[in-house]
Design a protein around this ligand. Structure first.
Ligand SMILES: [Zn+2]
Length: 397
């Protein structure tokens, strides 16, 4: 039997980047949007059989968080943070499920994991998804790869001596959805703009990206600073994660090559909020954030494809809720709400390769969208109170 759905929305952000439209009728047949048309103002529009009135709500595409760590909680409790690093898989399973549900509650229908040391998120995806009562798409690299003795142990492993990055990727790429590389350290919270050296050389990175591509996988690279980012972009990676202090020249490079950028700006705001007020850490985190927003402003002008990711699972970065915070920062950097939603929907979907499932609210596209209370002005904060979530035509919240 055909499943029909007709929703009259007070406002629609279709995800193409065009401004919000008033009073729109969205018609869905089975899993597909068949039409999006103007609903007559003042007249009672065709309603859902349930009679729900969405005239005070905004409809927008389902969202994607392009950088999460499902094996970790956003807690700032050091004891829990330490313990979660060595949690056995069976204890991680209910926590990962809980975190995926937290994403769904905020309208996030797909997440891309940045890795965990035990590859729990990948095992979870293999053993538990897809799942009818948890309709969130998960893409996971398993573990990330870092250079021996350098940053990255919490989320990955280093190649054994004498084994190249490309060989590691080739032998372990079967089950993974993408490859995650770590090519710099973390940002200093004590010294503004301190750059760490790259973890891998140009050749090794290029070999790794090529090995991933031979297996049909994209490569996401953790990189901060001018040189680590430049090497990763020149090696042909698909996305730069974080990219603090990469500089405008790298943004130009990324615009030319259409390399995605996932700026995770909220990480610095979270650090600033947790640090003792007036402390050096609070001041440097705040300056790091301001610098990142300056880069984000420039990325928008240059046409760098920006996708939103939060690094949820980091201290103070809570699964689901953090995406609204990240999008607020995009708007501080000059993005309109429709631009910000495009980054969080279509751009994220393109980066994950799931445009057939989510991206835009347009005729012919998949019926994956959300209903949030209030007008577009209430976004992105209203994402935290998403009233309904539809995935492929089925209401899942
Ligand atoms: Zn991360």
């Amino acid at each position: 039997m055909e499943k029909l759905l007709r929703l009259t929305a007070g406002w629609l952000i279709d995800g193409t980047g065009s401004p919000p439209k008033r009073d729109m009728l969205v018609c869905v047949e089975n899993a597909t949007i068949v039409s999006v048309t103007s609903a007559c103002r003042g007249e009672p529009g065709p309603r859902e059989p349930s009679g729900a009135d969405l005239s005070r709500c905004t409809v927008l595409p389902g969202l994607v968080d392009c950088h999460v760590h499902l094996a970790m909680s956003g807690t700032d409790d050091a004891r829990i943070r330490n313990r979660q690093l060595c949690l056995p898989y069976h204890e991680a399973v209910p926590l990962i499920r809980e975190r995926l549900l937290a994403h769904l509650a905020c309208g996030i229908v797909a997440v891309r994991d940045g890795g965990d040391g035990a590859a729990h998120s990948l095992r979870y995806r293999i053993e538990h998804l897809p799942c009818p009562d948890l309709p969130v798409a998960l893409k996971s690299p398993g573990t990330a790869w870092h250079s021996p003795g350098r940053y990255g142990k919490l989320i990955g492993r280093a190649p054994r001596e004498g084994v190249s990055l490309a060989e590691c990727i080739t032998t372990r790429r079967e089950a993974a959805d993408h490859v995650k590389l770590v090519n710099s350290g973390l940002n200093s919270l004590h010294e503004f703009g301190r750059e760490t050296p790259p973890q891998f050389g140009r050749e090794e990175l290029a070999g790794a990206v090529a090995a991933a591509r031979r297996g049909g996988l994209k490569t996401m690279v953790h990189a901060n600073g001018k040189i680590p980012v430049r090497l990763a972009v020149e090696a042909g990676c698909d996305s730069i994660e974080h990219g603090f202090f990469m500089g405008f020249e790298n943004l130009e490079r990324m615009a030319d090559r259409q390399t995605f950028w996932v700026p995770t700006a909220f990480t610095m705001k979270a650090f600033a909020e947790q640090a003792l007020s007036g402390s050096r850490e609070a001041e440097i985190s705040r300056r790091n954030l301001d610098h990142q927003l300056e880069q984000l402003r420039r990325a928008r002008e240059l046409g760098v494809p920006v996708a939103s990711g939060t690094d949820a699972g980091g201290p103070g970065i809570h699964h689901g809720k953090a995406l609204a915070e990240e999008l607020k920062l995009f708007m501080e950097a000059g993005f309109s709400i429709q631009d910000a939603i495009r980054c969080a929907a279509l751009n994220g979907a393109r980066l994950l390769g799931i445009e057939s499932v989510v991206g835009e609210v347009k005729a012919g596209r998949a019926a994956t969208f959300l209903v949030v209370p209030g007008p577009p002005d209430a976004l992105p904060g209203s994402l935290r109170h998403a009233e309904r979530v539809y995935v492929l035509g089925t209401r899942v919240k």
